[in-house]
Design a protein around this ligand. Structure first.
Ligand code: FES
Length: 331
């Protein structure tokens, strides 16, 4: 909009424009400037509280808060820090605009959608002129505290990137499975002997760990295995993969090699495993080769054997990453 089209408001039907105190009283303007600076400082303190809570307040500390009751201190102070940091930046900007930025009521004449080149150049000049009038150059206290609060608030999302965890391509190469780790039922946490599974049966399996209550969801997602029993003569596997089975029992990672859903539907008649997400279908007798759907590779097979006590155990870790394969694989 061209400055030429902005005319001072002089409609006799409207009340006269009331000027603010800071427009003609330098002491009031200084006071308003300090108030804006305080609001930006509060925002900066909010971000510091957020960062402090994220790094130094343990996740298992609880505090009592009137009205809402017992709360997790880590979550509570993270939330308060982020709220203060964003709220006070907004409050400072609004207060700055209401008390110190140019306060002039004008009538804007309507014009065609696209401005002429002359008007566009005029706009740029006007923006530069009004940026100066907003006092950013002159009011150094506001400029510095605004810079501090904006600079700090930008740190919060960077900090949260850490919560995304390790890169999947690295993380999925490591599971709890290792030679001698017992296979236990999920749920139930019960060790299995080969005779516990009839031909055609399927069991949902996790690796045995000392304290199952401490098993993280991340580990459950990576370690989950399906155990299937078939007649040994039904396998069509090469010698190596056949040696990873035990008397017709075969184990596969349960994480779909397409996008990581749980492959949990076993069709006993066809001996197919089906992923419910995008219908990838894996053929168990041939080592879970993909026979339909978007998945690009078989489900990783876990080598199993029987321990001296007669329980099913892993014979080795997975020999390839489990889960989706849409990134570059190292193996
Ligand atoms: S996640 Fe299994 S087919 Fe897509």
């Amino acid at each position: 909009m061209s400055n030429k089209e902005l005319e001072p408001l002089s409609d006799p039907g409207l009340p006269a424009h009331a000027h603010r105190k800071a427009d003609h009283d330098e002491a009031a303007a200084k006071r308003a400037e300090r108030q804006v600076a305080i609001l930006f400082m509060l925002s900066a303190l909010g971000t510091v509280l957020f960062i402090y809570s994220y790094i130094w307040i343990a996740q298992d500390i609880y505090v009592y808060v009137p009205i809402i009751g017992t709360s997790n201190a880590h979550q509570l102070f993270l939330g308060l820090g982020l709220t203060f940091s964003l709220f006070f930046i907004g409050a400072g900007a609004v207060h700055w605009a209401k008390t110190l930025m140019p306060d002039e009521e004008v009538i804007a004449q309507r014009h065609e959608m696209r401005s002429s080149d002359e008007d566009r150049a005029d706009l740029i000049a006007s923006v530069k002129e009004n940026a100066g009038a907003a006092g950013l150059g002159r009011r150094t206290l506001i400029k510095r505290t605004l810079g501090l609060s904006l600079g700090l608030v930008g740190l919060s999302p960077i900090l949260l990137l850490r919560d995304l965890g390790p890169l999947p391509s690295d993380d999925l190469t490591k599971t709890t499975w290792a030679e001698g780790v017992h296979l236990v039922t999920d749920p139930g946490n019960r060790r299995l002997r080969p005779e516990d599974l009839e031909v055609g049966a399927v069991a949902h399996i996790l690796p045995e760990i000392e304290n199952p209550a401490e098993r993280s969801l991340n580990d459950v997602a990576k370690d989950a295995v399906l155990l299937i029993r078939m007649r040994p003569e039904d396998f069509r596997l090469d010698a190596e993969k056949l040696s990873w089975t035990y008397q017709g029992i075969i184990a596969f990672s349960k994480i779909c090699s397409h996008m990581g859903c749980a492959v949990a539907l076993y069709e006993q008649q066809t001996k197919h495993l089906l992923c419910p997400c995008h219908q990838s279908t894996f053929d168990v007798p041939t080592g879970a080769k993909v026979i339909f759907g978007p998945s690009a590779r078989p489900l990783p097979q876990l080598a199993i054997k029987v321990s001296e006590e007669g329980y099913l155990v892993a014979a080795a870790p997975f020999n390839q990453p489990v889960g989706p394969s849409f990134w570059e694989r190292k193996k």
